[in-house]
Design a protein around this ligand. Structure first.
Ligand SMILES: [Zn+2]
Length: 189
């Protein structure tokens, strides 16, 4: 990866790694935010990212890439292109993660699970559950960025580790310093 280009620098240049004082969807505050669609919207960045991940797993001969909707879909498709496999995704139907749209998994499938950013690992675990119900072999999980130390019971590859440090609003040092709070969901960076 680093032999090809500097991922951190590439993400900063595109505004995917933001420094500031952010309100997270959890309600906690953080000095750093990842605007993941600044990565996913750019094929010239996503293509080499996907190829780096594909190179790591190619020797295990995956037959299908399975991702979580929505952010994982584009990444999964690019990785599948590099591997020469299908790309399918798990989405929720009445709150339950399932395969829809006629997507299928067979017991002989060798599955690579992908997610754009892993924080708690919750959506990845949902994908793993769906895949295992299909009786398939899971070769591993791959992500662009890992924000925490989510314990997954399979080989996990992250191209970039950026541990998330967040604060309760009552204990946030940036609130104490009087820095204005930004809601990244409404940010037009
Ligand atoms: Zn704060």
């Amino acid at each position: 990866m680093t032999a090809r280009f500097d991922l951190t620098e590439a993400l900063e240049r595109r505004g995917a790694l933001l420094e500031g004082h952010f309100l997270l969807s959890s309600g906690r505050h953080s000095a750093r935010f990842i605007q993941k669609f600044r990565i996913l919207e750019d094929p010239s960045l996503l293509e080499p990212i996907a190829r780096s991940i594909a190179d790591v797993f190619a020797a295990q001969r995956p037959t299908v890439v399975v991702s979580a909707a929505v952010g994982g879909i584009v990444l999964g498709y690019e990785i599948a292109r590099a591997l020469g496999t299908r790309a399918i995704f798990v989405e929720k139907e009445r709150g339950i993660p399932v395969l829809r749209r006629g997507f299928s998994l067979e017991p002989h499938d060798r599955v690579l699970v992908v997610e754009d950013v892993i924080t708690t690992g919750g959506s990845v675990r949902e994908v793993l559950d769906v895949v295992r119900r299909g009786g398939c072999q899971v070769l591993g999980v791959a992500a662009i960025v890992r924000r925490g130390d989510a314990e997954l019971d399979v080989r996990t590859l992250a191209l970039l580790d950026l541990p998330l440090r967040s604060y309760d609003p009552d204990e946030c040092p940036q609130c104490v310093a009087g820095e204005p709070l930004m809601d990244p969901g409404s940010r037009r960076a």
